[in-house]
Design a protein around this ligand. Sequence first.
Ligand code: FAD
Ligand code: MLT
Ligand code: ZN
Length: 471
Amino acid sequence: MTDLIAQLRQLLGAPHVLTDGDLSAYEQDWRKRSHGKALCVARPGSTAEVAAVVKACVDAGVSIVPQGGNTGMVVGSTPDTSGTQVVLSLQRLNAVRAIDPGNSTVTVEAGCILQQLQQAAEQAGFLFPLSLGAEGSCTIGGNLSTNAGGTQVVRYGNARELCLGLEVVTADGDIWNGLSGLRKDNTGYDLRDLFVGSEGTLGIITAATMKLFPLPAASLTAWAAVPSMEQAVALLGLGHRYLGAGLTGFEVMNQFSLSLVDKHYPHLRVPLFRDTPWCVLLENSDSESEEHARTRFEALLEEAMEKGLVTDAVVAESISQARNLWHIRESITLAQAEEGLNLKHDISVPISAIPAFVAETDALLAQHIPGVRMVDFGHLGDGNLHYNVQTPEGGDAAAFLREYEPQVNKIVYDSVCRHGGSISAEHGVGSLKVDSLPKYKDPVALALMSRIKHALDPKGLLNPGRVIRAD
Ligand code: FAD
Ligand code: MLT
Ligand code: ZN
């Protein structure tokens, strides 16, 4: 082990192989569900150095945990407690390599922070639409490895749909140059789509070519009070009809999730939440003008009110008001963390099944867990809810998780299954859902996944114990 550390220091330079001091930024996950211990943290600065680190680790039989911004929700990017795993941080590999305006693409290294990529695109006159609450610290490599979603999927799709090509270091330490900017390429199996969403278990993403889009002429945000989940789904349908491709965001939030934001961040002044079970945040991006956007938005909200889908609404009058509304939405995760440890579920079901899913699962949880508090919010436009369980008021969160986690997960996942859904819509499997997956995933699909894992990582050294367990 000390030989490996010495070898890595030789390859990267001593300052880029960390063993001492407080390494909790690399060893503890964002949600504080797990605190591991790394053999060392290796911080290569180029693709060739990543390949050299992988080769050295594989030769030494040491497993590798790839890490970007360490903002993942499912404990996938931190080491176990053995002190034998190398955390491979991509943070120094962060350049925007090239923008091709004629092809509307950007080629970027894996450790580039998402917000920096958004800014680079905007400076070049383009929109890079992937957007999520962690964008100030998550990386494009982590986004691709988890196939991240976020708040613009309803219009632009998730990370996979935005990706045209990848550069990957394989488990053999080879470099696959698949940085194609092609929108059409049918020359065999789609390796890109194999690595996207593989959570560091099949290879290390070192760079990607991503799609860019025209900047909208205007973007408007509205906040609506909605009397039920049925009405929220009906409002989504109306939104699609009125705004077409202009509907770029459709987020739902229950009253309790907003009350947590109000409690922990009162300066944000959450609107309209006190007298309604649900609020919806809508975004309308228009290629014509702000006036056109406003006219369409107002017509939509007028019909929604006439039909009783919306009881009250505000349309942001300025960019700063719009930003504040989005900030409220993005603060739910932080407010939940302030409130204490919690159980997160990142589920998807067909949009049409969401009202029944919520009603039935809420009732089951209330029946089994006295005082249960539901933090229910998410990307309704994609059929994706963060259907989260907070410890009952005044309860000991750690004790609650110990006692109730398996039971709560079973109730929620069984219900997801009955409604034809998935137990992970956008956060991935990591280690938190690795034992649940075999119960809810098609067995043939799991067997194929296992064969792919063995074929690409025969020694099982890439992020072991994540996504699927070795048999
Ligand atoms: P990490 O957390 O470092 O890693 C995530 C996984 O990818 C791990 O399995 C890791 O091993 C692997 N990995 C990382 N980089 C590489 C690489 N270069 N090559 C191979 N494997 C790699 N997710 C959403 O989908 N939608 C949201 O709306 C959303 N909102 C969030 C809001 C907050 C406040 C937070 C904290 C998280 C949120 N997330 C969301 C979860 C998280 O998945 C995303 O933040 C992001 O995609 C993770 O990127 P990262 O760079 O932090 O990856
Ligand atoms: C979100 O949509 O805000 C995220 O996916 C984070 C979360 O689930 O808390
Ligand atoms: Zn989300």
